[in-house]
Design a protein around this ligand. Sequence first.
Ligand code: 1GP
Length: 231
Amino acid sequence: MDYRTWRHVFKLDPERTLSDEALDRVCLSGTDAVMVGGTTGVTFDNTVDLLGRIRRYEVPCVQEISTIESVVPGFDLYMIPVVLNTDDGRWITGQHQMGLREYGALIDWEAVVPEGYVILNPDSSVARLTGAKTELDGQDLAAYGRLADRLLRLPILYVEYSGMFGEMDKVRRASAVLHQARLFYGGGVDSPDKARQAAGCAHTVVVGNVLYDDLDAALATVAAVRSVPAP
Ligand code: 1GP
């Protein structure tokens, strides 16, 4: 599953409701992958339900793990956030170590992809949960880019503005310093115009919330992202 080629991803929250018809349109939209995950209210049951519905389609399906209890077998890949801009060690290595303590011997490492997360919207639930230090300028973000890419050699730098559209100048600056890592951008992409802007700065654009508010606008982001050359 070559996530390195993905330009567009839809992120679905298992706690929220999407009709069969809407899910059909999402899975046949031409997006490169569907990611299942969320910050709160994610359970084994609601994740397994959603996976079963997405599996009727050929679109690649990945789980972004937020709690150990909600990990469901059967996804193509498992993306594991490591929060870079927090002082709270639980979100850097703490939860991960506890998970590996229980299940470490059973893991198919070929299916695991770590993501270096930088969380930038102070009002998002993920920022509150993780105690993220969101006051970062472009130089700070570029430094996190190098930290992820060169020092930790993570394959993904995920710039997370969840719920708001971010500052593209900062994102571009981080993208420019990456050597091997892919930059995933997510946050507030709710129109073709914003999708194009993000696609010019990020290798992969992740679209979430707007799926539940304006499905047509969400679907229009797929072609918009594809119309822009990757950075
Ligand atoms: C959230 O990065 C994703 O984790 C997408 O953000 O929901 O704001 O589109 P939005």
